[in-house]
Design a protein around this ligand. Sequence first.
Ligand code: AMP
Ligand code: MG
Length: 420
Amino acid sequence: MRVELDAARGLVLAEDVFTVTDTPPFDNSAMDGYAVIRSDLLGASAQNPITLPVVADLAAGTAENPHLSPGHVARIMTGAPIPDGADAVVPIEDTDQGTELVTIVRAPNAAAHVRRAGEDAHAGDRVLRAGSVLWPTRVAAAASAGTSSVLVHPAPRVAVISTGSELVTPGSPTRRGQIPDSNSFLLSAAVAEAGGIPVRIGAVPDDEDVLRALLAELAGTIDVIVLSGGVSVGAYDVVKAVLKPLGTVNFGPVKMQPGKPQGFGRWPATAKAPGPLIFALPGNPVSAYVSFEVFVRPALRRLLGHGMAERVDPSNEAHNEPALTTDHPGLDHPALHRRTVTATVVDEWNSPPGRAQYMPVIVTHRTDGAGTHTEVRPASRGGSGSHLVAGLAQANGLAIVPEDTTHIRGGDPITVMLTS
Ligand code: AMP
Ligand code: MG
């Protein structure tokens, strides 16, 4: 998809970008001052000031090119083209700022304060690589290369649906048995943060026909569908009931905690389009969040084109490529996955055997005489209880407990996925 630069921020380039012209396109002044012929000013100093006539006044943006002959100078502002004949710029600070005649008290060095055409990049140079994330400085690099639009990986449109007859819109009154739908807000915000375009549908009741009709309607316009709830073995587990018979969505159990019951697959393809990806996440908010982080976010990042940049060996910059850019070289697909760190456990907790545990934790840094230590403690007193949303809101990481570890003690090192 080709987008205007205004819409490019944060997206991933799907093409290399080359400069159209030299950057800068012409020799220009790096200072406000006077364009001079250096040989006119040999020996100039405070004791030996040299006064010369000013024959032109060159502002940034001017197309004027007054040819300087020996013994003459032109007043020049930063960014204005260096006139033919001139070979150095004397900054205003080394002059009396005269407009008819100017007195100069310091001899300039060769080519002083002259920015050379092509110094930044030559016409035809590659300034950005396919796979680069277009953060602001890279949008600027494309702009100064003379490009108004770039080919990018389009952001996926992601429908977010909560299921459950107990769910109501937050803020509306609840009777006994009802709770606010928080998952559709959680997951829409997480989709947006990952770079996707959330389409928050909200909550639908545990009614197979309603859900089936909704999914069929969305399938034509949406790239990914994220559902929550209704995936386990309860009597009204509507998501499983609708999706499992399709044969294109697989359901767990998954060897993780939380997140054991969930499904992944596609809505069936039509002649016109492949079916959207479907993530059927558990309903418990902590389970839904953990499953989003572990499965959905990396998939969205991949759809966005992250983690596919060529690796650049900095010792092998063969060509004149002044602005080689990759997706954080040196780190392992960090734009695809969350960053992980090793931290020290402060509290202790248990983890079920045979399942990898993702424990919402608070990550802090403590500095003492020996250095700075990264420490983690569970975000909820109740441990990993998958309904503990308030604790989840305090967590800034997920500690990853390997499936064969059942007890985590204070002082143990542990891998933590940083989520904010
Ligand atoms: P389920 O997976 O449908 O059995 O739901 C498991 C638990 O998560 C139940 O206590 C639900 O009420 C709760 N739950 C499901 N969906 C949501 C939601 N969108 N927001 C808040 N809680 C939910
Ligand atoms: Mg339910």
